[in-house]
Design a protein. Sequence first.
Length: 84
Amino acid sequence: MSAASIALPTRLSRRIEKLAREAGHTPDEMLKFVIRDGFEYCEYAVKTANEGLADLDAGRSVTADEMRAHFEKRRITRRARKAA
């Protein structure tokens, strides 16, 4: 892939730098994602990923078995309602 130089307005440059910091990427790496997916999506994806990691760090998670049991219970309840 060939490299290209572009001049960004200061506001956009700062926005990319902030997003890159939050994502753990360099601004150049982040720019590739922003060009491909757009600012709004990249900001949303980084924010939700970081929130999920924070939940894991805080112990707010469930096991796969707990999720299976939860959805099995919902499935049984739904079937019972349909049968009634």
